[in-house]
Design a protein around this ligand. Structure first.
Ligand SMILES: Nc1ncnc2c1ncn2[C@@H]1O[C@H](COP(=O)(O)OP(=O)(O)O)[C@@H](O)[C@H]1O
Ligand SMILES: CC(=O)N[C@@H](CCC(=O)OP(=O)(O)O)C(=O)O
Length: 300
């Protein structure tokens, strides 16, 4: 349907205001981690898909890494399998791994791909097994409480950490105008599947692509201090303190750790933003103040 005069004039006005912000990011890669908690409603998912399509249309290169923790949890519950977490990571036995792979690689990945394509994008869904995009190895988790003299090693099953990202494949897709949508399933040297926290995958993808920004969409207004206030800006040195004093715990732990690694690994800035806010991604990149928590390398 052709646009009316008023709509066309409005679009021209908005675009000319947005141009300085768009120019800043044209040709740059932005890695967006879309957490399962930010997929709660169809409206939010639709808004997210439209933002991604718009970014690509103006010459920015979005790469999406998605989670789906709540979606995995609800299928496990329907199958009467309990969920357990250690340091924000799901304890994953063989049976749970099957469910994780089905939900992330099947339902959630294809839902996001379909939505982006429905809104005019050219998304392609991948798990870490496709072209061995995410090579992984078993993650070792150690935990130490003040009462313990030695840290204890905890086996959490088929949970992995990233050993290598196939950045050539991603670069090729990005340059060919595809929007990669990545499910955080890794593949081991022996072909074994690994369940990897989506934040960790997003951080490694951002590093491998030397992304301009890593945006982590979640269900809080950002990283909160002990009084529940958003910490708007943090440098890497402050993050260790917040972990040590317990301000950061649970699902925020892998998020902040991966943001830290990403900026130390060359990503310009990482942002923890509120995915429950409509068009959170555009608000972050197209406004001066941004939203949520910004993490950058320590000042020189
Ligand atoms: N300091 C903190 N600031 C904000 N959230 C925190 C903090 N510490 C722990 N959290 C918890 O981390 C959760 C976000 O992690 P998670 O549930 O894994 O989200 P996602 O699905 O988006 O990855 C928040 O909902 C909150 O319960
Ligand atoms: C090892 C581990 O915890 N894997 C996560 C993978 C999904 C994820 O990270 O989803 P969110 O981003 O929505 O939390 C899980 O099984 O829940």
């Amino acid at each position: 349907m052709p646009l009316g005069r008023r709509t066309a004039a409005h679009i021209a006005e908005v675009l000319s205001e947005a141009l300085p912000y768009i120019h800043r990011f044209v040709g740059k890669v932005l890695v967006i981690k879309y957490g399962g908690n930010a997929m709660e409603t169809d409206e939010l998912k639709k808004g997210f898909a439209r933002d991604i399509v718009l970014m690509k249309a103006v010459g920015i290169h979005p790469v999406v890494v998605h989670g789906g923790g709540p979606q995995i949890g609800s299928l496990l519950a329907r199958l009467n399998i309990e969920s357990h977490f250690v340091e924000g990571m799901r304890v994953t036995d063989s049976q749970t791994m099957d469910v994780v792979e089905m939900v992330l690689g099947g339902l959630v990945n294809k839902d996001i791909v379909n939505l982006i394509n429905h809104h005019g994008g050219n998304a392609i869904g991948l798990t870490g097994k496709d072209a061995r995009l995410i090579r992984a190895k078993k993650l070792t988790v150690s935990r130490k409480t003040p009462e313990m003299t030695q840290p204890e090693i905890i086996d959490i099953g088929h949970v992995g950490e990233v050993s290598q990202i196939n950045s050539d494949l991603l670069a090729m897709l990005v340059q060919s105008d595809f929007i990669p949508v990545i499910a955080p399933i890794g593949v081991g040297a022996d072909g074994q599947s690994y369940n990897i926290n989506a934040d960790l995958v997003a951080g490694k993808v951002a590093e491998a692509l030397a992304a301009e920004k890593l945006l982590l969409l979640t269900n809080t207004a950002g990283l909160l201090d002990k009084n529940g206030q958003v910490l708007t800006g943090l440098c890497t040195a402050q993050v260790d303190e917040l972990i040590a004093d317990g301000t950061v715990h649970g699902g925020m732990l892998p998020k902040i750790r991966c943001a830290l690694c990403a900026v130390q690994g060359g990503v310009t800035t990482a942002h923890i933003i509120d995915g429950r806010v409509p068009h959170a991604v555009l608000l972050e990149i197209f406004t001066d103040s941004g939203v949520g928590t910004l993490i950058k390398q320590n000042p020189a």
